[in-house]
Design a protein around this ligand. Sequence first.
Ligand code: SF4
Length: 280
Amino acid sequence: MASALDTPTREELLARLRFYRDLGLTEFYRRPVDPALLARLSVAPEQTAAHPANDSSSLDSNIHSQEDQPIPPRKTIPLAPEIAAAVPAADRAAALQSIRDEIGECTRCPLHKGRNMLVFGDGSPTARLMFVGEGPGADEDAQGLPFVGKAGQLLNNMITAMGLRREDVYIANVVKCRPPGNRVPEQEEGATCSPFLFRQIDVVRPQVLVALGATAATWLLGARQPLAGLRGRIHSVRGTQLIVTYHPAYLLRDPRQKKEAWADLQIAMKELGLKPPGKS
Ligand code: SF4
C-alpha cells in the first residue's frame, strides 16, 4: 500500500495536475508499483546512509524494472447514445423534468457517495446557446445549481458580454455530482452520467454548444484531444455546432487567456447572429 503524501507535496502535485488538465492532458498512467520498493523508499534516511551505494544501485534497478512494465491501454470514450427525436418547444421543460425524475437520487456511479446535492442543469429549455462544463464544484454541490461560485460569476460575465442573460442559456455538466477534490471525473463516472447530458442536449437542441474545458470537449466529441487543437473552429455534435473554449476556473487562474476565450465566444456569437451590447 502506498504511503500517504505529506500536505505540501500533495498540494504541489494537485496544482501540477490541474495545470495539465487545463492544457487538456487529463489521462495519467500509474504503473503497478512493487510494495517492496515502496517499503524501501520509506526507510529512514539514517538507514539508507549506512549503505548508500547498495541502496542506490538496488533502487535504480528496481525503478528501471518498474519502467519496463507495459503501460496499460488507454480507456476509450464510449459511443454517445443515438440522437433522440426532437421535442416541441412547448414540451421541453417537461421533458427535462422527466430526465431529472429518472435520475432521481442517483447511485449509479461512485460520485453519489460524496455529493450533497445533485446538479442537474439550469436555464432555458429552449435556449439557442448551451454551455457544458465538467462537473459541480463545492459551491455548486452546496446549492444544487451549475456554475454558481467564482467560476460561475465569470461565466455570467461572459454571457452578459455576449449580449445575453443567464436565463437565456442552458448550462449543464458532464457529471452531475461533485468529484472529490474537484478531480477530473473517472472514465466510469463520465460513461455512466454523460448519457443524461446527451439527453438534455437532445431536448434543448441548442443552435450552439460551448464546451468549457478539455473534459467537456472530450465527452462531447468522444475523443481525447488537447484543448489547443480544438479551439478556434466549429465542430459538429448531435446535429449542433460545438465551440470549445477554456473553463472559467482556468481563466481565473490565468486571466491572460480571457482574450482567447473571448475570441472563441465570438465564433459562437457569429453563428447565433449576436453582437456585444452597445454595438448595432
Ligand atoms: Fe448518478 Fe451522475 Fe451522480 Fe454518478 S454523477 S451518481 S451517474 S447523477
